[in-house]
Write a protein that binds this ligand. Structure first.
Ligand code: FE2
Length: 424
């Protein structure tokens, strides 16, 4: 009966070790992991003392990572020869002292016999996974002072295999984490370099066009505000902001005389200037951007939802949403900033322009999103003052703008309802 109970206990412990395998893989603290593994193994057979040493391939040493019932062993490290490593890799279990004849010691137990005997070690279990030596488990005698039976040896070998796999998985996870972190740092570095390049491009564009200083940056900011209001993901918001920065990159190729012409330009000059979205697309297409659609957004930022825009005369849903956002951001900034040849328009007029051109030049959802974001700022629903800060507080009177934004939003929503009704 006692024997059956003992077996039952052992099986119970063995099952616990299977669970421990998962824990070993998941725990971040290496020390906790090896200590728990060793103690469970010792507990399973009521073994008085034992230790777990980890093999360090570089220094070819066994470093003690956990022990019970053995003093000062943690300060010891055992240097292994190539022959010992080779031999241990092929052993399941090594006895330190003879229990029966003939008895053949391994190179390791023979060379370290004194050390092993001093610390009362009877058995050595090499931890080997996929042919690699990961460490050793060293076990003293059982509390019952009975010798290890064949079944006992089977059990400790099985447990050692679990511990070995746990160690191996732990190392793998650590390695994956290390590489992921390295890649992340590399990727972050690349993103920063990319953003710096974009900023440099934007500065170059604005430098060439002396009338529109800071325009590209503001278009990037307005685009970001609209995308955020449309509940885009952070990654897409970052992408649209970059697209806003770069929308006029094609102007770098256009003749400076045309871009900076102080008055009206002739038909041939207009034709030349209107090439900038396609040129921008051609400049940006060969670049591997971390965000999708940047070249297309640039190409289509002068399209109109009524199909009267350029370069491709796209209509409604044919125009990418990102391009629709940049179109509005671009026009809004053009109307609300001074140029040497004209003053900026009053904000009331600008909102009237948006109202009149929603559904013609501008997409209704994009205008609505911009109005909502602006309304949240003016009504105090948010403490964010991004649009106000770009425009400057002295440019408009919030109490006059607030009802205009509300009316415009109501109008767009009513049109949407009408359109939804007629589509039914
Ligand atoms: Fe443009």
């Amino acid at each position: 009966m006692d024997a059956i109970e003992d077996r039952y206990k052992l099986l119970h412990n063995f099952a616990a070790l299977a669970d421990l395998g998962q824990e070993i893989a998941e725990t971040n603290n290496f020390q906790d992991m090896v200590r728990a593994s060793l103690h469970l193994l010792l507990g399973a057979l009521a073994i008085r003392r034992g230790a777990l040493a980890e093999y360090q391939e570089e220094s070819r040493t066994m470093e003690f990572a956990a022990q019970r019932g053995i003093n000062n062993v943690a300060l010891t490290s055992l240097l292994l020869t190539d022959a010992e490593v080779e031999e241990l890799r092929s052993q399941r279990i090594c006895r330190v002292t003879a229990v029966e004849q003939p008895f053949r010691q391994t190179h390791f137990t023979s060379r370290h016999q004194k050390f092993l005997e001093t610390h009362g070690i009877d058995l050595i279990l090499p931890l080997v996974v996929r042919g690699n030596l990961l460490g050793l488990i060293m076990l003293g005698g059982k509390a019952s002072e009975q010798p290890y039976s064949i079944e006992d040896e089977e059990l400790v070998c099985s447990m050692a295999r679990h511990i070995g796999v746990g160690l191996h998985t732990h190392h793998l996870i650590k390695e994956v984490e290390r590489r992921a972190l390295e890649n992340l740092k590399l990727y972050d570095g690349m993103r920063e370099t990319y953003k710096d390049t974009v900023r440099a491009f934007a500065a170059a564009i604005d430098c060439k066009d002396k009338y529109t200083q800071g325009h590209s940056e503001r278009v990037g900011k307005y685009s970001e505000i609209i995308a955020r209001e449309l509940d885009w993901s952070e990654e897409h918001i970052e992408g649209i902001s970059i697209a806003g920065y770069l929308h006029d990159v094609g102007k770098l190729i256009i003749d400076r005389e045309i871009i900076n012409a102080p008055g009206a330009i002739d038909a041939r000059q207009w034709q030349e200037l209107n090439r900038h979205p396609v040129i921008g697309y051609e400049i940006l297409s060969p670049i591997n951007h971390p965000y999708a659609d940047i070249p297309l957004t640039t190409r289509h930022h002068h399209e109109r939802v009524d199909g009267r825009g350029y370069p491709d005369g796209l209509k409604g849903d044919e125009i990418p949403i990102g391009a629709k956002i940049v179109t509005l951001a671009d026009s809004f900034d053009a109307m609300t900033t001074d140029r040497p040849y004209r003053q900026r328009r009053p904000l009331e007029d600008v909102l009237e322009d948006l109202r009149a051109n929603t559904g013609k030049q501008f997409d209704h959802e994009v205008v609505a999103a911009f109005c909502r974001a602006f309304l949240k700022e003016i009504s105090g629903e948010t403490t964010d003052r991004r649009i106000t800060n770009i425009l400057g507080e002295d440019y408009f009177e919030p109490s006059r703008i607030l009802p205009l934004l509300e009316t415009l939003l109501t109008e767009i929503e009513a049109k949407d309802l009408l359109a939804a009704g007629s589509n039914r």
